[in-house]
Design a protein around this ligand. Structure first.
Ligand code: SF4
Length: 164
């Protein structure tokens, strides 16, 4: 069976970051070139433009955004509530993962993002990290898909080997 990875699109080199840049990571680009990677950007799938104002979770983390007890707000200029976009992006990503679930062996997500962060996200009030997940990572975890942080390079190497 053709095995696949779902990967944050910025890790493949798509310029979908809020700043208009990317987080290209060569081993994943090589896997993409072999047809083994489906890139997704939850924030673009949620209808947000690129570039866009940076946003953070006001409240605990992505799990609470899913349950309606936390919000996502932009943090440059006049704050704007973008919770709906972040939720839409998470559910659109889930749609892709579920369509391909017989082939997907893991989702590799960009650490520290309010959408894709697996272990760490930024505190709302200050520019410091805290433990927590982004909205999309929390949804994929809740649905029991295997997720891997972009910072866990050893795990990424291992899963790329498993692709064959
Ligand atoms: S971290 Fe996730 S939401 Fe942010 S640019 Fe990368 S793919 Fe898009």
């Amino acid at each position: 069976m053709n095995k696949l990875l779902i990967v944050s699109a910025c890790l493949i080199g798509f310029n979908c970051k809020y700043s208009g840049g990317n987080n290209r990571y060569e081993p994943l680009v090589e896997a993409f070139k072999k047809g083994k990677v489906i890139p997704v950007c939850p924030e673009q799938l949620g209808g947000l433009p690129t570039p866009r104002p940076p946003a953070k979770i006001l409240g605990k983390d992505g799990k609470d955004v899913l349950s309606g007890t936390a919000k996502v707000l932009t943090v440059k200029g006049t704050p704007k509530d973008v919770t709906k976009n972040f939720l839409k992006g998470a559910y659109e990503t889930l749609y892709v993962v579920e369509l391909l679930k017989d082939k997907v062996i893991a989702c590799i997500l960009k650490e520290k993002s309010p959408s894709c962060g697996v272990k760490k996200i930024y505190k709302f009030e200050v520019d410091q990290l805290k433990d927590g997940m982004g909205v999309t990572a929390a949804l994929l975890k809740e649905k029991r898909f295997k997720i891997i942080s972009s910072e866990d390079k050893k795990d990424i190497e291992k899963i790329i080997e498993e692709l064959g």
